[in-house]
Design a protein around this ligand. Structure first.
Ligand SMILES: [Zn+2]
Length: 329
């Protein structure tokens, strides 16, 4: 658990962290930026473990006392800064960082603060934190985990080393899922596609029974969409209100059109991501590629509208109308 070897992708970033540690040239503060499920926590924790490892090897050794305590989840010199609220406010920063940072590490030569959801830090909290960041005690290391860098004051950014965690390729993810034995080869390919470059996200979806049911429901509906009249299709806008807080159903529809396009233009099974649904896909891919591309665009547009708090029913009705256009071709 928690070795660099186990982390997939982002090898240059990991190499950078390793070299800096070996040369004892690490910074006092790092900002890891990546989407949810991109691996921020895993990378930061592995780095923290490595910084504290007393064996000084290529990897956190896993056997020294520090590594063992780390793996138990109770390392005295690793502090997780979190909030119960939607934001990380000045009170949390005060109680969890400012009031403890001057106390020397218990046992080891570093004291590491892992700040979760750091992009939710309020401006007030950032200002309070800034003073510590300007003159941190020599032993302190701050690892800020954030989904975006936009939320930070320039003064915070200029005092941290920003490291972007890149999404992995779908192939990397599906290989990982197969190797870990959590999905069959067939399933791994489409869960990797739903995961959108994030292993954590793909893993979550695999275990999520609700998602599997949603996928079956949506794909059954989509495969019949061209056979039902528009008036009936529009009723789906109401029916899908059960997914009002879960826009993943739109990702499922997107991937459906992606596969229809592949089936239509490339005509070979190997280009289809959802091989478990290949019969449905080939029989539904009976309109022009141009028409399918337009429909895919309509789905993307609907997702965008919903993300900007567009009206759910209305947005879906508009989308469904577009999905029912030009079906005679
Ligand atoms: Zn160790």
């Amino acid at each position: 658990m928690y070795t660099f070897q186990e982390i997939w992708g982002n090898q240059r970033l990991l190499q950078h962290l390793r070299m800096a540690t070996k040369k004892q040239k690490t910074s006092h503060a790092y900002l890891f930026i990546g989407g949810a499920g991109a691996g921020k926590r895993l990378i930061a924790k592995t780095f923290a473990k490595y910084l504290l490892c007393t064996s000084r090897q290529e990897e956190p050794c896993g056997v020294c006392e520090s590594c063992r305590v780390f793996d138990s989840g109770n390392h005295p010199d690793v502090i997780h800064v979190t909030s119960q609220k939607k934001t990380l406010g000045v009170d949390e920063i005060r109680a969890q960082i400012l009031e403890t940072v001057d106390i020397k590490p218990y046992r080891y030569d570093k004291k590491i603060y892992i700040v979760h959801q750091a992009h939710t830090m309020t401006i007030q909290a950032q200002n309070a934190f800034l003073k510590t960041l300007e003159e941190p005690p020599g032993y302190a290391v701050f690892l800020l985990l954030a989904e975006t860098g936009d939320a930070f004051l320039p003064t915070i950014l200029s005092r941290t080393v920003t490291l972007k965690i890149n999404p992995l390729s779908e192939e990397d993810i599906s290989n990982y899922l197969v190797e870990k034995g959590v999905a069959s080869h067939e399933e791994a390919i489409f869960f990797a596609a739903y995961g959108q470059g994030r292993i954590g996200h793909a893993l979550e979806l695999i275990e999520d029974e609700t998602f599997r049911q949603m996928r079956e429901d949506i794909l059954t509906r989509m495969s019949r969409l061209s056979m039902i009249p528009l008036s009936e299709a529009l009723l789906l806008a109401k029916e899908w209100e059960i997914y009002k807080n879960d826009y993943r159903f739109l990702d499922i529809i997107s991937l459906w059109y992606r596969d229809l396009l592949a089936a239509k233009t490339l005509r070979e099974e190997r280009f289809i991501i959802q091989k478990d649904k290949k019969e449905l896909i080939f029989s539904a891919a009976n309109e022009s590629a141009e028409g399918l591309a337009k429909k895919a665009a309509a789905v993307a547009k609907a997702k965008e509208r919903l993300m900007q708090n567009g009206n759910f029913r209305l947005t879906l009705e508009v989308m469904l109308m577009k999905l029912k256009e030009n079906e005679t071709r």
